[in-house]
Ligand binder design. Structure first.
Ligand SMILES: Cc1cc2nc3c(=O)[nH]c(=O)nc-3n(C[C@H](O)[C@H](O)[C@H](O)COP(=O)(O)O)c2cc1C
Length: 347
């Protein structure tokens, strides 16, 4: 299967395969790792637009980037068109972003309670006003990430997509599940196909890509213009390499060496340290040093990298006392040195 590049509002994306925004995971460190493995475009973790406009240091830190993670979307939530426009302007002014993305899919209660995230699906007119207002404020392409609806009996993704398109939105990314299902249950790719047929702006499909082979399957089944991969990439950036091989008409490697596994974990954890060092001026004094903070942030990611290895349960047991990146790597070495093959098969 040969894949066309993606054009989002004049932005050319060679490899139409995105790393999905995932709060707690898709920080600059992970994004740079995925870039090295061929991922085509990126999103920040979800950022509070009001936090940006208030100049909250913690929020502004989320706009920090590391080298080699473009094209990158500043992915934000909010419900006030003027605030969203202001925040988008700040994002554009950093000079680090190539896209602005509006969250219309997050089901977290405290976000929905503020009429943000997936709550905007219940008010497509407001979503349209947000898109129009952001479009007017910036010169970057503007996209929206949404779902199929709030629940099966409130399936209105077509209405939402129409509001985005008519307000000047440049693309729509669709997680093919309902908000009521959070991130679980089967994804509905027939519904994705229906949106693709109805839309004239690019549609990026998400949900249910559990391994590299699912990406060309989604493209074929739905006709979407690009795909977005979330959980299958955590601890497995190799998925992007395999998807790139499949979309280029080749065969995926399906495995990598144990040395490469170690090298990748080390590069990832070192990038997290770099990020935490960058965070120092944004953090309160007296907290953990950068290495310690990196080790703590990396814990859930480490579990994913080591899932399936014999002895990984020892990592899980020792996780809460892992307070330095040296300890992280020592735990990795203990498990990898007992691995009976020179190869690691991709999930
Ligand atoms: C831990 C976690 C955090 C997430 N955070 C966000 C977020 O900040 N913004 C967003 O639009 N979606 C978020 N999502 C949803 C993902 O972007 C994606 O739509 C979802 O995981 C389905 O894709 P997948 O099946 O490939 O994982 C999150 C998902 C997970 C598992």
């Amino acid at each position: 299967m040969n894949m066309e590049p993606l054009d989002i509002g004049g932005l050319n994306i060679e490899m139409p395969v995105a790393l999905a925004p995932m709060a707690g995971y898709t920080n600059a460190a992970f994004r740079t790792i995925c870039h090295q493995f061929g991922c085509g475009f990126f999103f920040t973790e979800v950022i509070n637009a009001a936090g940006i406009t208030h100049g909250s240091k913690r929020t502004l830190f989320m706009l920090e980037t590391l080298a080699g993670e473009t094209p990158l979307a500043g992915h934000m939530y909010g419900s006030d068109p003027a605030v969203m426009a202001d925040a988008a302007r700040t994002i554009e002014d950093t000079g680090r972003f190539q896209l602005i993305d509006i969250n219309c899919g997050c089901p977290v209660r405290k976000i929905v309670a503020k009429h943000c995230g997936v709550a905007l699906m219940a008010d497509p007119a407001r979503l349209g006003r947000i898109v129009a207002s952001v479009k007017k404020a910036v010169s970057l392409p503007v996209t929206v990430k949404t779902r199929l609806g709030l629940s099966e009996d409130r399936h209105n993704v077509l209405e939402v997509a129409k509001a985005v398109e008519e307000s000047g939105g440049d693309a729509i990314h669709i997680h093919s599940r309902y908000a009521s299902k959070q991130h679980s249950g089967p994804a509905d790719w027939d519904a994705l196909a229906e949106v693709k047929t109805a839309c004239s702006i690019p549609v990026v499909g998400n949900g249910g890509i559990d391994g590299a082979e699912d990406a060309p399957r989604m493209l074929k089944h739905t006709g979407v213009d690009g795909v977005m991969i979330g959980r299958a990439s955590i601890g497995n950036p190799w998925v992007f390499k395999d998807v790139a091989a499949l979309l280029g008409g080749g065969e995926p490697e399906g495995r990598h060496s144990v040395q490469e596994h170690r090298k990748t974990i080390q590069a990832h954890v070192e990038a997290v340290v770099k990020l935490k060092e960058r965070e120092q001026p944004f953090r309160k004094r007296g907290r953990m040093n950068s290495d310690e903070a990196a080790a703590v942030l990396f814990r859930p990611v480490l579990l994913k990298y080591m899932a399936g290895f014999r002895g990984s349960s020892s990592i899980r047991r020792g996780l809460n006392s892992m307070l330095s990146t040296a300890e992280v790597m020592a735990a990795v070495d203990r498990v990898l040195s007992a691995h009976e093959s020179d190869w690691v098969n991709h999930a």
